[in-house]
Design a protein around this ligand. Structure first.
Ligand code: 5GP
Length: 361
């Protein structure tokens, strides 16, 4: 189309349903969307209500969505309420969440509290007092996105994230086994002593504790962890050298690594490897063990509690980082999950995909 419109597109990091929004000036004018949807912003003139279309419904009428500023206030408001210290409870100051008609440039100045409906605090599914609280973007609202076009010979790292046991490492191994010249994982660093039979630089790059501590401190590791008193980790430099060699770097780190990996320099393609529903999870792993097709499930059997934990931690990963994933891949039958992984990797090589606009310069 030759239509000249604003080129601003954002990915929503939250679900929005105007029907249950007490602040929208006109529910019928609202545009419902879900976390992950790409929205084409048509107008941002109003401070509190933007007008938008969904990327795939470009011919539909534009609808009202909360502006970034309004959504930020709403989230902060919900959080302070949850903590029992409602910063907005001073008379007059709750105006920040009152209805503004579209087009109105500012919120009503300190009106009396009685005219303001207090928002219902949304039930928060997870206890945000844990450390992870700060892993969830302080305020997840909208992220400006643009299409990132594939470049011949330059491959974005594929990062497989998932709850332990769901099979992200297995999928990584299979991808590498399929074409080891093309798909590679960095050799991790460790501070533990070399074992007989190991070769320096093959299983691990062996380094002194002081050196690795300093390098972690200096931000040179995209992920690291401690196991039985020794440090293990993957350096950003090794990821970059795989990319520079024209190969596809494949990683399957702990989900907390998303924070450090998700940079304009590395441009990772993030895949959440999710468990299927409980009964399918159990059935597929039992069957895989019987047939010896699933290395990870083969190594040991899982208890019912472990299966339930996998589902719970997948939900937690989704809650904390769901808005960052490019793809969600359900690992029920391993062959199907692997096939989907391969398709996504091929798609990434051939088609533009949405990415943070900061990465597309
Ligand atoms: P091992 O010392 O027996 O070779 O490895 C023990 C454990 O170290 C592995 O099971 C894994 O949990 C951890 N590990 C190995 N490589 C890495 C890595 O690159 N990063 C992190 N965070 N942990 C690793």
């Amino acid at each position: 189309g030759a239509q000249r419109e604003s080129k601003v597109r954002v990915r929503a990091h939250f679900d929005y349903n105007p029907d249950v929004d007490p602040y929208i000036p006109c529910k019928e004018a609202g545009l419902a969307f879900q976390r992950g949807d790409v929205l084409h912003i048509v107008a941002q003139d109003d401070a509190y209500w933007w007008q938008a279309r969904k990327e795939h419904e470009r011919s539909a009428r534009a609808g009202l969505i909360p502006s970034r500023a309004l959504q930020e206030r709403r989230i902060l408001h919900d959080r302070t309420q949850k903590n029992g210290t409602d910063l907005d409870s001073k008379p007059g100051s709750c105006a920040s969440l009152c209805t503004t008609p579209p087009g109105s440039p500012r919120l009503p100045a300190s009106s009396s509290t009685s005219s303001c409906r207090q928002p219902k605090t949304k039930k928060i599914m997870y206890d945000l007092t844990e450390n992870d609280d700060f892993d969830r973007e302080q305020i997840a609202t909208y992220e400006e996105v643009a299409k990132l076009y594939p470049r011949p010979g330059v491959f974005r790292p594929i990062v497989l994230i998932g709850a332990p046991g769901v099979g992200r490492n297995e999928l990584r191994r299979r991808l590498i086994a399929r074409d080891p010249e093309k798909f590679r994982s960095p050799v991790p660093y460790t501070t533990r002593p070399m074992r007989t039979g190991e070769v320096a630089g093959r299983e691990y790059i062996f380094v002194a504790r002081e050196k690795m501590d300093a390098d972690i401190e200096a931000g040179k590791f995209v992920e690291h962890g401690e196991y039985k008193g020794h440090l293990y980790g993957t350096s950003a430099e090794s990821v970059k050298s795989i990319v520079n060699a024209g190969c596809v770097c494949v990683l399957s780190p702990h989900y907390q690594a998303i924070k450090t990996l998700r940079t304009a320099q590395l441009k990772p393609f993030l895949i959440h490897v999710k468990p299927p529903e409980l009964d399918i999870l159990k059935a597929t792993r039992t069957e895989a063990r019987a047939k010896s097709t699933f290395d990870e499930a083969n190594a040991r059997s899982f208890t019912d509690e472990e299966f339930e934990d996998m589902i719970k931690s997948a939900e937690r990963i989704d809650f904390l980082y769901g808005h960052f994933f490019d793809v969600e891949l359900v690992n029920g039958e391993l062959v199907n999950a692997f096939e989907q992984l391969v398709q996504n990797v091929q798609r990434l090589e051939n088609e533009p995909v949405w990415a943070p606009s900061m990465w597309v310069q």
